[in-house]
Design a protein around this ligand. Sequence first.
Ligand code: GAP
Length: 457
Amino acid sequence: MSKVADSSSPAPSGIPHGGTENNLMEKVVSLCKRRGFIFPSSEIYGGLGSAWDYGPLGIELKMNVKAAWWKSIVHRRDDVVGLDASILMHSKTWEASGHVHNFNDILVDCRQCKHRVRVDHIKDGKCPSCGGKDFTEGRPFNLMFKTNYGAVEDGGSLTYLRPETAQGIFVNFKNVFDVTRRRLPWGIAQIGKAFRNEVTTGNFTFRMREFEQMEIEYFTTKDEAPACHQEWIDDRLQWYIDLGIRKQNLQLRKHADNELAHYAAACTDIEYHFPFGWSELEGIANRSDYDLRQHSQFSGVDLQYHDQITGEKFYPHIIEPSGGVDRAALAFLVDAYHEETVKDQTRVVLKFSKQLAPIKVAVLPLLKKNNDIVAMARRIKNDLQKELVCVYDDTAAIGRLYRRQDEVGTFYCVTVDVQSLEDGQVTVRERDTMRQERIPVDNLRVYLKDHLDYARY
Ligand code: GAP
């Protein structure tokens, strides 16, 4: 036998996504739980609303998202360097940044059903929960999580879990500038956890109270800031497309003046067409010179940029592409979800790009009772595992094994059969086309690396 029987081998009649927009989200959430991408946090205690844990496949996906971002932003550019600042920062940071005074949602209570609602979520004056129209006065609710630093709980020990990673970059501006001596424009990139005591949560991992951000603070001059802003908007949009999101599911949305955050001179969001509607994936803001000016004033340390050649000194203007790791991972998951019907059978496939697929290769023995086949398959897996994320599975018949790998987005399946023992060749099946090819084992590692564009990531 030269190819491995696959009941759905003809080209699939693909329907992207699969199902209606309404139940697509349910299908993705269910697949995430069933196959180990994402679990509710503290589930055995009934779960903790809006906190989620990434399982064995989820962590691979998330690490691939972060690695792709880091490669494109830090390793493949000459003008951006990395940083990993601490989550806990001096409490003055949050006064300087404006978060203590401005990072609030205005809340009211519905007198009829006692529901607490964000004022900006009230439509036509009606409570979204019961339709009532009688509300208490609005009160600001600060979204930062408070904590005490050290053993003594007094006013002096109060600080916050950072609500954005950006401030860790601003307070390190001088440190990084002093060691890198860069001329404008240049930037600092960081990936890390952020915490917000969100009032309205939901839509799975879209809005959480603990999440991860990927942020760039890019320093430039006031005159160059608008053009630089546009370049970053274009670059960041392309990044999502390059990693496999369909263009028609992405759009840009420019903020109106009355929507801008207190620090922003302009902002454009990259939005994704989630099953629950167009929603923000990433915001790209022109933060003007607000941040370094504020931190200079509050800390007393001069955070101006000093050009070594022209001698000029000034506060750089900052362009900030700020994305969420979890939101990006969710968009990649939703966009990858496909149901295809072939010969009256439906297969679910996560069509992740090569870089993002959590598992690159699965090695499958055709007959698990044949010791020679099993031994050969295990040898192949051990060899491939040195360079590629690879699994071995012999717990079902081959058709079922293929379906399982399709459902988690594994890019290639390698099948070892009786003939492999004689001619040293195996069947390589590609996930999307289901096309199969016989490849000599001796060439397998090189073949897979080439076809997975391994050098790109
Ligand atoms: N430093 C700017 C800043 O933090 P933001 O628009 O508030 O801007 C940036 O957040 C990105 O962080 C968002 O586009 C989103 O991807 C992610 N994000 C924000 N709040 C989130 C939440 N509660 N849950 C998940 N991701 C969130």
